[in-house]
Design a protein around this ligand. Structure first.
Ligand code: LMR
Length: 396
């Protein structure tokens, strides 16, 4: 039977990781996958994570099954981090959270949950969005359509068009929004724009699904959750998928969370039963180690402060890289305006060059980025920015 299979193309983002690792050039630059890197190009384990792991090793009693919800402590603390400890939906016991294998696992749980709610639902995603959003909702049997979002020509948000499109979406559908650090464009909604989107969500009655993969990488942990918190204040039903891959640097531990906000505590309990059924059928229960690290950090005042400090270092470095790239391109005599990169947020921006220029940068300069010209800003460093800017100048 297997001889009838045709090969699938490598994932557009993860495939780059392999190509980059195999490139023998010492001056190669990795702007591909969204992974934080320090000045030396390493992705170190956060010091707070190392301390939490040690505490965990010393105190862990068992490796028995954790159950489909994952760790209750993690679920509570990650919910408070996302919604804010005093959020009325938490106080009214209208939120249920399960631990998931990373943000992708959370999105897949959400997808199967939606499929059970309404098998005919369309999931509306921003144009553009993270490439895997489309694949994973389709894999769950859902239809995916796009709403206008990023204006490639003007490097701005197509906000009016976005609102017009959302105003056509009805209560049977789901709208996916990025909480912060929009992947791939780096173009976020302002708080005032979030308020309008929340109003429209209430008016139209569709279900919002917010993907928060970068909390703390934009302006700060609370600032980045503005949209999530506003939405949960005003709507009855909502889904939040969050990830600890980037902000805790726990990429390979696969830890994220799926939270459902419902109209009442009773309704939330029913949604939890559906979530647990979905989880049991998908992967039975989540891995425990990442959740244990996060709950140890968030549950300890000193470790939490250390984490917030380390997160700030990552955030400041990324923002600094944005300004450094823009300035270096200017210094190298590039006349095209790249100042938008310094205004955008989070891990990514589009350079706005053609796929041929992207291919040329990879072939002739060993500079790796996604075909769309999405660059991972954390891959820029003082040691490579001159080479990067000179190479961009050459291909322009
Ligand atoms: C990215 O967009 O590069 C990250 O979210 C990593 C991934 O899994 O694609």
């Amino acid at each position: 039977m297997f001889e009838n299979l045709s090969p699938m193309p490598a994932d557009p983002i993860l495939g780059l990781m392999t190509q980059y690792r195999q490139d023998p050039h010492s001056h190669k630059v990795d702007l591909g996958v969204g992974v934080y890197k320090d000045e030396a190009g390493n992705t170190p384990i956060l010091a707070c994570v190392k301390r939490a792991e040690q505490l965990r090793i010393d105190t862990e009693q068992t490796k028995v099954y954790i159950g489909p919800t994952g760790s209750p402590e993690f679920n509570q603390l990650i919910g408070e981090l996302a919604f804010g400890k005093d959020h009325k939906a938490l106080q009214e016991s209208r939120i249920r959270t399960v631990s998931t294998p990373g943000g992708t696992g959370s999105l897949r749980v959400a997808a199967d949950f939606i499929k059970r709610l309404n098998p005919n639902a369309t999931v509306w995603v921003s144009d553009p969005t993270w490439a895997n959003h489309i694949g994973l909702f389709e894999a769950a049997g859902l239809r995916v359509k796009t709403y206008p979002y990023y204006d490639h020509a003007n490097k701005t948000l197509k906000f009016d068009e976005m609102l017009q499109a959302l105003a056509q979406i009805g209560k049977d559908d789901v709208v996916l929004l990025h909480a912060c650090c929009h992947n791939p464009s780096g173009m976020d909604l302002t708080n005032a724009q979030w308020n309008k989107v929340v109003d429209l969500t209430v008016q139209q009655g569709f279900t919002p699904l917010i993907d928060m993969a970068y909390q703390g990488f934009g302006d700060g942990v609370d600032e980045d959750a503005y949209g999530v918190r506003q939405m949960a204040t005003h709507v009855d039903d909502m889904i939040l998928c969050s990830s600890c891959s980037k902000n805790f640097g726990l990429y390979r531990e696969r830890i994220g969370a799926c939270s459902i906000v419902a109209a009442s505590s009773q309704a939330a309990e029913v949604t939890l039963s559906v979530l647990l059924y979905v989880v049991r059928c998908l992967y039975s229960m989540p891995p425990a180690h990442g959740a244990a690290i996060v709950e140890t950090i968030l549950g300890n005042t000193e470790l939490k402060q250390q984490w917030l400090d380390e997160l700030k270092v990552m955030r400041d470095r990324i923002n600094g890289n944005r300004a450094m790239l823009v300035n270096t391109l200017l210094e190298k005599g590039v006349s095209r305006d790249f100042s938008f990169i310094a205004q955008q947020k989070g891990m990514f921006s589009f350079l706005g060059i053609t796929p041929e220029q992207v291919a040329q940068l990879q072939r002739d300069h060993s500079i790796y980025m996604v075909d769309s010209s999405r660059i991972s800003i954390a891959g820029i460093a003082e040691g490579n920015v001159d080479y990067l800017a000179e190479s961009i100048a050459k291909v322009l």
